[in-house]
Design a protein around this ligand. Structure first.
Ligand SMILES: [Zn+2]
Length: 208
């Protein structure tokens, strides 16, 4: 079992390799690890990320097959099937780090903002479900009269949505709550920057 802090260091190192490669820094990119094809599944981290095509978790963390247990859904929301997937991996494989990975300019968050402003807009029931998960996280921001800068509102909405998903993962599952209090499971929010390729982790204080 790989402790949460060690898992987090691996992800940070992997993201550095990815950024180096994206910037054409060949020397550092070559330090990236070789790929293997493991027969056993022993993921050291669980990633709940957005489906956005620009944010493939294994690539942005420079990880290979077997390394990450990845759940992707538009807007990195926590619906029952996402929660169940995290529970499955954490209890079955002993994975002790969960990352909720949002990203700048998330289209799902944008869609939620737009749906809240234009409730008469047509959308399917399934899409409305996703918006319904994001809405409570960003409602306060949208109703805050001090919030006048549109770009800033969007930026904050993405982060608020990540924070809300972190809270849901930590609170909505008895299994996960127990693993957090008794067994070193950590849940950390993070944001991938589409412009730089860098992942910013919101909680740097992961221990043991
Ligand atoms: Zn997104």
């Amino acid at each position: 079992m790989i402790p949460a802090n060690e898992a987090l260091e691996r992800l940070k190192k992997g993201n550095k390799h990815f950024v180096a490669r994206a910037q054409g820094n060949v020397l550092e990119a070559e330090a990236a690890r070789d790929l293997a094809l493991p027969q056993q599944q022993e993921p050291f981290a669980i990633i709940l990320g957005c489906s956005d095509a620009r944010v493939p978790a294994e690539i942005v963390f420079d990880q290979g097959p077997g390394d990450l247990f990845v759940i992707r859904v538009a807007g990195n929301i926590v619906a029952p099937s996402q929660l169940g997937s995290i529970e499955f991996a954490a209890s079955r494989f002993g994975t002790r780090l969960v990352i909720v990975l949002g990203h700048t300019l998330c289209g799902a968050v944008d869609a939620a903002l737009s749906a809240m402003r234009n409730p008469q807009e047509e959308s399917s029931r399934s899409l409305r479900t996703i918006v319904g998960f994001i809405r409570p996280a960003i409602e306060n921001l949208l109703n805050d009269p001090a919030q006048t800068d549109e770009d800033e509102l969007y930026r904050q909405a993405v982060r608020a949505n990540v924070a809300a998903s972190v809270k849901h993962v930590m609170r909505d599952s008895e299994i996960l709550t127990r693993l957090i209090t008794e067994d070193g499971l950590k849940v950390v929010g993070a944001e991938y920057n589409l412009a730089t390729g860098e992942v910013h982790f919101f909680d740097e204080h992961v221990e043991g």
